[in-house]
Design a binder for this molecule. Structure first.
Ligand code: GRF
Length: 205
């Protein structure tokens, strides 16, 4: 088995990965009540909970989380809605095999509330990014992006839904590229061996 997925909540990206046929060894949540744990269980995937609240420091939590992940000896660790900032030590331990899905076109709008910030900024394109995780939050080498138009009458909810639909296609594609050994990082940039587009532009709805 190849992939361990970390979640904190809903788990729709987790579901997209499972439905795509990606081999998932385990799903680990830092929240015992994360709905995504039930999705994993329905698919017969092992689940674990490592609650950050149970640890006195970020370092202690990250050490426990890393130990739990390594029990499954994954080739790749995917942050799919994992809402914890990871320590530099954790990131270094998993360097080159840790990726994240972020709901904006990075480097625009790192951090939280990306859809509201995109609307407030008046951007005409918004989207999502799959990237390698580095110690610099939401700034690692970009593997793939998907862009959607921002419409005049958009709300945060409508824009988020349009972006989320793209997340569900771009994340499994990026994970597959990784598992197929097609990603090359050079000079902080990611190249995909072969001709696949690393940008998806969705049609106007
Ligand atoms: C997604 O928007 C993802 O980009 C962000 O957190 C959200 C998780 O949603 N990092 P889900 O739990 O996968 O439904």
């Amino acid at each position: 088995m190849s992939v361990v997925i970390l979640i904190s909540g809903r788990g729709s990206n987790l579901r997209a990965l499972l439905d795509s046929g990606v081999p998932v060894a385990a799903v680990i949540s830092n929240q015992a009540g994360a709905p995504g744990l039930a999705i994993a269980a329905q698919h017969g995937v092992e689940t674990r909970v490592v609650e950050h609240k149970a640890y006195a420091s970020r370092e202690a939590f990250d050490a426990a989380l890393a130990a739990e992940i390594e029990r499954f000896a994954p080739r790749l660790v995917v942050l799919a809605g994992f809402m914890r900032v990871l320590t530099p030590g954790f990131v270094a331990h998993f360097a080159g095999r840790l990726i994240n899905i972020h709901p904006s076109l990075l480097p625009a709008f790192p951090g939280l509330d990306t859809h509201a910030r995109a609307l407030a900024a008046g951007v005409k394109l918004h989207g999502c990014t799959v990237h390698f995780v580095t110690a610099d939050l939401d700034h690692g080498p970009i593997i793939a992006q998907a862009a959607v138009p921002v419409l005049a009458d958009d709300t945060v909810e409508r824009l988020a839904a349009r972006v989320l639909a793209q997340e569900h296609s771009v994340l499994p594609r990026a994970v597959r590229w990784f598992l197929d050994g097609r990603l090359v990082i050079a000079g902080g940039r990611v190249h995909v061996k072969g001709d696949d587009a690393q940008l998806v532009l969705s049609a106007r709805p």
